[in-house]
Write a protein that binds this ligand. Sequence first.
Ligand SMILES: [Zn+2]
Length: 96
Amino acid sequence: MSAPSEIQVDRAARTVTLVWPSGERQPLAAAQLRRLCPCAECRRKRMMSEGIEADAQLELGELHPMGYGVQIEFSDGHARGIYPWVYLSQLAGEGG
Ligand SMILES: [Zn+2]
C-alpha cells in the first residue's frame, strides 16, 4: 500500500482529502475519521457499541504522517489514532 501523493487538509470545511497516486481524490470528514479512530481505546468502544462522540463541529488539529499512515489530532483532544493508509483507502467518502 503506497502512501497518498498528497494530503490536503481543509480546516474550514473540516475535511482531509487524500490524493492517491492514481489521481483519485478521497475526501474524508473530520467527524467520520474521529468515529473510525483505529486506536485501541476507540476500537474497544466500537466493539462494545458504546459509540464515539464526534459532531459536525469537531475540528482537525495537526496531522503527522508516519510512513505507513498518519496520526491525526482532533479538537476534542484525542490524538491517539494512527490511521494506516490501507485503512483510510477502504473508508467510504465523505459522510459516514
Ligand atoms: Zn482513538
